[in-house]
Design a protein around this ligand. Structure first.
Ligand code: A3P
Length: 272
C-alpha cells in the first residue's frame, strides 16, 4: 500500500536513509564481499557496511528498523545491502517481494565444489579440531553417499534455491555474477553490474590491479581510503588439500544440479 512506498523513497534533497533498491543476496563464499567493495566505488552507489540480516534474522523488527541500517543517500543514488544467507533462506524471496517487487537482485555464484571447500575452510578457521572435509561431506566414511544435509554441500545446490526466487521475481530482475570471473577479470563483471543497474560505467579496469602477494585483484583506492586496498585476510584463504577422489565424487553429485541451474539462468558457467 501507499505508506510502504513512502518509506521506500520519500522526496527531498537532503541526504536521507532509504530501503535498498538492490540486494546482493548470495551466494556465501562466492565473492560477495569483493562484489560489494568493487561496486560501491561508484559514486551513485551507497551500501550498508556490514551484513544487516534483516530478511532472515531481524524481520520482525520491521522496515523502519531496516531503513535505519541503511546509509544516507541523495536523490539518484542506489542503496545497497549484502547478506549472503538471503539466497538460501526460505522466507526471504517473499519478504523481499513484499518490501518492493522491483528490487534488483545480484547473485555471485562459483563452482559449488570450490565454494564448499571455501565454506569449510572458513568454519575450520573458527573451530579447533574440526574433522576433515572428506569426513564431513560424505555419510559413512566412504565417498559413495554425499551428505546433502551438511551446510557447505547443501548451499551449492543453487537450482533448488533459485527456483524459490523465481516464484517471485522475473529472471530480468536477477543478475548472476561469475565468482571465477570476478577474480580473473573484475572490471568485466563490474561493467555488467553497472549496466544492469543503469549506472554509467565509472568503475573500470583502471581501478584494479593484481596483487601477486595476495593472489587476487585489489583496488587502487576503496570507498573509505585513497590508498591501495586488498580485501582482508579472511578473503582469499589457503584451502586445505582435499582427496581428489572426494572432489571427483562431489563434481558428479553437483553435475545435474549445475545443469539445471544453467537451464534456469540461461548461462553456462562451465563448472568442471
Ligand atoms: P576464499 O577465501 O575461499 O578464497 P565471500 O566474500 O562471499 O565470503 O567470498 C569469499 C571469496 O571471495 C574468497 O574465498 C575468494 O576466493 C573470493 N574473492 C573474489 N575476489 C576476491 C578478491 N579480490 N580478494 C579476495 N578474495 C576474493
Amino acid at each position: 500500500g501507499a505508506p510502504k512506498y513512502q518509506l521506500l523513497r520519500p522526496q527531498g534533497l537532503r541526504p536521507s536513509r532509504h530501503l535498498p533498491d538492490t540486494l546482493i543476496i548470495g551466494v556465501k563464499k562466492s565473492g560477495t564481499r569483493a562484489l560489494l567493495e568493487f561496486i560501491r566505488l561508484h559514486p551513485d552507489v551507497r551500501a550498508a557496511g556490514s551484513e544487516v540480516h534483516f530478511f532472515d534474522r531481524h524481520y520482525q523488527r520491521g522496515l523502519r528498523w531496516y531503513r535505519h541500517h541503511m546509509p544516507y543517500t541523495i536523490e539518484g543514488q542506489i542503496t545497497m545491502e549484502k547478506t549472503p544467507s538471503y539466497f538460501v533462506t526460505k522466507e526471504v524471496p517473499q519478504r523481499v517481494y513484499h518490501m518492493n517487487p522491483a528490487t534488483k537482485l545480484l547473485i555471485v555464484v562459483r563452482d559449488p565444489v570450490t565454494r564448499a571447500i571455501s565454506d569449510y575452510t572458513q568454519a575450520a578457521s573458527k573451530k579447533a579440531d574440526m574433522k576433515r572435509f572428506e569426513q564431513l561431506a560424505f555419510v559413512n566414511g566412504s565417498y559413495s553417499v554425499v551428505d546433502t544435509n551438511w551446510g557447505p554441500v547443501k548451499i551449492g545446490v543453487y537450482a533448488r534455491f533459485l527456483e524459490r526466487w523465481l516464484l517471485y521475481f522475473p529472471l530480468s530482475q536477477l543478475l548472476f555474477i561469475s565468482g571465477e570471473r570476478l577474480i580473473m577479470d573484475p572490471a568485466y563483471e563490474i561493467g555488467r553490474v553497472q549496466d544492469f543497474l543503469g549506472l554509467k560505467r565509472v568503475v573500470t579496469e583502471k581501478h584494479f590491479y593484481f596483487n601477486a602477494t595476495k593472489g587476487f585483484p585489489c583496488l587502487f583506492k576503496s570507498e573509505a581510503r585513497s590508498t591501495p586496498h586488498c580485501l582482508g585476510k579472511t578473503k582469499g584463504r589457503n584451502h586445505p588439500h582435499i582427496d581428489p577422489g572426494a572432489i571427483e565424487r562431489l563434481r558428479e553429485f553437483y553435475r545435474p544440479f549445475n545443469n539445471k541451474f544453467y537451464q534456469l539462468t540461461g548461462i553456462n558457467f562451465s563448472w568442471p
